[in-house]
Structures are given as structure tokens and as C-alpha cells.
Design a binder for this molecule. Sequence first.
Ligand code: PLP
Length: 379
Amino acid sequence: MEASQLISSIREIFGTKEFIPLHEPAFTNADEQNVQNCIKSTFVSSVGQYVNLVEEKLAQITSTAKATAVVNGTAALQVALRLAGVRPKDEVITQALTFVATTNSIVYNGATPIFLDVDLDTMGLSPIALEEWLSENAELRDNGTYNINTGKRISACMPMHTFGFICRINEIVEICDRWRIPVVEDAAESLGSYLGEKGAGSFGLMGALSFNGNKIVTSGGGGAIVSSDNSWADKAKYLTTTAKITHPYEYVHDQVGYNFRMPNLNAALLLAQLERISKIIASKELLFTMYNDAIGNSIKLIKPPQEQNWNYWLMSILCENKKERDSILNSTNESGVMTRPIWRLMFKLPMYTNCQKDHQRNAEYLEDRVVNIPSSARF
Ligand SMILES: *Cc1c(COP(=O)(O)O)cnc(C)c1O
């Protein structure tokens, strides 16, 4: 693969000689109007209609029963794990090929991660690796599943839907049901992705979303916990709003809760983007088609398995090897076309080097080869 061909194709598609970012938001007048209205109303902080409207819209898009908007995706993951029953000294199964927030949210709960391999095509947690690891290392007891090597309880499994590709979540949920391990989906990158009629985040006990500036829609900073069961979203609301007992005027809190609610001002910025999310996805799909036409013959553009509807969040190519990957990263970034490698595997980061893991064959393969290319919606 020639880096120069890739660079000229990207420049041609984006129609500019200027710097091309990896992923930038595209705002409209509707977004500005909502933010202005929010400011005029003075309800910019912890209560307001925009938060309620955003939560309704999110439940609809993700095909879940209810959503709770929070300050960011990391907080959503942290609280979802806590509600799922993760306690200090527990263990949580996840993938090493992920953004660091996935793993951090486990440690914020005092638990430790176990890193299992991903599938090559979805780049998400592999049900085969999961089944294999559990059958060799875990034991189902009356009060849950335990790791026979450490004696610790395995209290959750958190797969991540990489770049909006939905992992083999039905198989993962089926395996975890048998082992009575709750599933929390890290759906931070996958709002608007579907497997059949079901949206990312709707398969497990809870799902966590992110609306950071680089995601498919953004509230500046923000996130949400979604669930197909009303009661989990209600518990999330309570725990993220200081665990306050509803009362007309008294301040009574019966747990150490969090101040993690999404401010109304951020919800105002988000709402109109949610209303036009299918347009945003269509624009990104068109970009992917243009990439496919321009470079599809010479460069391997990574696509999700056919049976799913992808949100086209972040597009990527697969290089032949690490040497080619590094040369492409260097040439593109030097010439003002922003590209990024996939994440460094979690167990290679200093704070996670001693964590339990399996063979990591697919994760290592992808780490050496995947490069993200500019993916912004372009209207
Ligand atoms: C963005 C992201 C998060 C964290 O979301 P923030 O809103 O930035 O806290 C978590 N997991 C994954 C996989 C992400 O991509």
C-alpha cells in the first residue's frame, strides 16, 4: 500500500489541502438555537427539560426502556458496574483492545480486570475466548462465579463495541447467563449501531454511552446509562444524583452517591444531534462508500460482519504489518491528514501489566495493523 495514494485519496474526498482531523462534530443552527434557549431559560445546570428530552430520545435510539444521562462515558461505565454488583476485590472480564476508560472504570470500583481476546472481524470480546477461559479458570458456586486461581468473585463482564461494530453480544450474553455473570456493554462508540432491531447497549443488563467531542454525537462531555429494564435506569439516576430520597424540600440521602448528572446545557447541545442521527449516519455511510470506491481495491478497509447495521463511527484500514502501519501513520500525520493507531493493549500500560489475560492472538494482530482514518460526517 502506498501512503501517498492514501493521502491523495483522502484529500480528494474531503476536498481540502488544509489539515484533516480524525473526527470532528458538525453542528447546525438547531444546536445553536437549543443552547441559546437553554441559556435564556437560566436552567443550565442540574435540572431542566433538555436532560429529560435527551433521555427519552436515547431510550428510543438504543431500543431500551430507559436512559439516564450523566457527565461522561467513563462515569456511566463506573456506575453501571457498581449497580451490576461489582465490589472491591472482585474481578471483571473485559478486552485488552479498548480505550483505557473501559479498564479504569473497573478499577474505580476497586475491582481488577481480566483481559480476554477479541474476534478478528468485530474487534470486540470473543465469545469463544470467553467460554474457553471460563471453563478452564472459573467455578460456578451458589453465590456467583469464582476464579479458581485467585479465589475472587467474577462479578461482571464488559465487552466493548469497537468503532461501532457490535461484538458477538448475543453469544456473550448467553454464556454469561449460564455463569450468572451480569453483562455491562461499553457502547461508548456504538450509538446508532444495530443487530437486527436491537441497538448497541440493549443486550446486557446495562449499556454505557459517551457523548465526548469525538463521538458520533456530542454534548461537549457527556454519557448515559441505558437499560432494557426501567428499574436499572432509575437506580442509575438515583446513584448519579447524590442518592437523594425524593422529598419536596428535605435533603435526605441514604447512600454515598455521585454528582454525575449531565448538566442541562450539555443536553441542549446534544438533543438536536440525536434528532438527526440518521442523517449523520447516512453522511458517514456516504464517506465510507467514497473511501471504498477510491481505495477499496488497493487498501483493506475494515467492515463489520454483514448481519449488522453499523453507525460508521470511526473508519479504519488494515495494514500488512506493523512496519507498514508505522510508515502510514508517519506519512499521513506529517502531511496534515490525521490518522491514529488502534489502542495500545491494556496489559502493555504500566498500571495494568500484571493483570490476568489469555493468549491475545487477535488483539496483538489488530494492534499491529489497524489505523483509523478521517471519519467526520461532512454536511
Ligand atoms: C470514549 C470512550 C469511553 C469514555 O467516554 P468519555 O465520555 O470520554 O468518558 C469509554 N469507552 C470507550 C470504548 C470509548 O471510546
